[in-house]
Design a protein. Structure first.
Lengths: 314, 314
């Protein structure tokens, strides 16, 4: 098979041995694979793939059809449409993952959009509901809402009945993010005007954490998912104590196989169901053939886009 | 009645009207009242008393005997030994509080030690168990463990079966804190050697938060209760995300009457029970008559003590 391959910082489209499914694993013929911020870091030599994932093939998510089941993998038949997050290796013609990480692609959803679903929606659902305990009636701030995780989070929070305040740097995307369900879409410097917030999903980094701290309700939760604008935050602990707030954060990638299976189970029950009902969608900013990964990564890194950049095979 | 009274930063022993119990309230004849860091702040004009508490009488905790019940207050009889946290006004001959905030003083415990119990043990129990979900087998760091909350936390955590690492600046108190149940007592700069930590109870402030961040287990909780050494922490959000940690904090004083009743209910079931069994105790560093509050506050502010400074009446 061929795969996007990181060779000294360049993205090549190289031959690799076909993956072989071990016990409980499934090989998927990849149709599409979304690009994520972590791919940019991995290309530069930061954020290496976890043990068990290919070191030189990027890609944290994919969609496709089942090619082969390993011993004991019985849920899906050959040809079934599936999608998943993976520790790496998604940007290839084939990928092998534990069966427990696979999500069914709902009928009526095409594989290109499905290829941009797993990472953004798993991250957003885990952060909003598992970590931050968001529920109806809460006020939630989503900072940097035009990207993959942001657009997923706006939709999931709106469907859950929260009041969604989204910050988006590019005014051209404000109307589109409003259409996804945000009650308020504002520039990042307007955080103070639209609070206070029960939950803050921070996709930008340190400046966002510092900005929201004075505008929290009692018991508020800040969950940090992205630090593109800086990781070193100046935190006033008296503000944290005064609000009885918590500042937390997480990545999916570092979690164990078992934990990822648990996340997939929760995501199938909520976000995948909503995806099948048409209640949430994957905004796709652009698609590129896998062989053109270099151009696709440039498009991703340029920013200012709405939603996902997705690589496609064949 | 007479009460410690803040007049332009001075502590006088002045006459005030006797408090009258409203519905559901109880007037207590105070026997003893512990001093807390918040009293120092209130004396300087910071940290004003919450609505409903006397503005000029300090004191966040007390012990004593019931003098009078208001309408509907039926749990305690006149003369019963009780203790409680209060929004202020504890350092007086009489104080009035909601019945729901009162804790019974266990048989065999004297009122002087009981006067130093409520604030430290309620704060420590709420932080360790309600906020940080400490349980047996966890490793907990208690930073600044020689003070009132610290000595309470060391004991509660040790009784709960946690591995307790305590930092204490004054080497003279290391042996005493070990006797309270700490597995390790170290100087503050030795935090790295004894980790990683599932829970960090931060009683010192920003330097402690910064020191413990690289030494957390997955899913660790930092709970900030004191900021005497600084409130502005430089927080590496990548470290928070990497550990899937949370940084939180709280004060008891700002909570509603109903929330304080909930805390009292939990404290009676755990810390008060242990107090009665002799499994935890209140180390008292020094006692002073209420009329000598100025000297007592100086003793408190000088630091370097083990346990509580307690004011006593007549």
């Amino acid at each position: 098979m061929r795969a996007v391959t990181i060779v000294e910082g360049e993205l090549l489209w190289n031959e690799h041995p076909d993956p072989v499914p071990g016990p409980g694993q499934v090989v998927v013929a990849v149709a599409a694979a979304g690009i994520n911020g972590a791919d940019m870091l991995q290309r530069k030599g930061f954020y290496p793939a976890p043990p068990g994932s290919p070191a030189d093939i990027p890609g944290l998510e994919f969609s496709g059809t089942v090619l082969a089941n390993g011993d004991g993998a019985v849920r899906f038949a050959t040809g079934d449409r599936v999608m998943a997050i993976c520790g790496g290796g998604g940007q290839a013609e084939q990928v092998v993952v534990p069966e427990s990480h696979l999500l069914p692609v709902p009928d009526g959803v095409d594989l290109v959009h499905a290829g941009g679903f797993p990472e953004a929606f798993s991250t957003a659902q885990d952060a909003l509901f598992t970590q931050a305990d968001l529920s109806e009636g809460h006020s939630v701030l989503i900072s940097g809402a035009a990207g993959g995780v942001g657009t997923a989070a706006v939709q999931l929070a709106a469907v859950a009945g929260a009041r969604v305040v989204a910050t988006v740097r590019n005014p051209d995307h404000h109307e589109a993010v409003r259409t996804l369900g945000a009650d308020v879409v504002a520039l990042p410097d307007a955080v103070a005007e639209h609070g206070p917030y029960d939950v803050s999903l921070e996709l930008v980094g340190a400046p966002g954490v510092e900005a929201v701290l004075p505008h929290l309700t009692t018991g508020a939760r800040i969950v940090v998912i992205g630090v593109g604008a800086g990781a070193k935050a100046q935190v006033n602990l008296l503000a944290v104590m005064g609000a009885r707030a918590t500042i937390g954060g997480s990545t999916l990638r570092a979690r164990s196989t078992e934990e990822k299976a648990g996340v997939a189970w929760l995501v199938e029950a909520r976000a995948v169901r909503l995806f099948g009902e048409g209640a949430v969608k994957v905004p796709v900013a652009d698609t590129f053939p896998m062989a053109d990964a270099t151009a696709a990564y440039e498009r991703f890194a340029a920013g200012g886009k709405l939603g996902k950049v997705v690589l496609v095979t064949g």
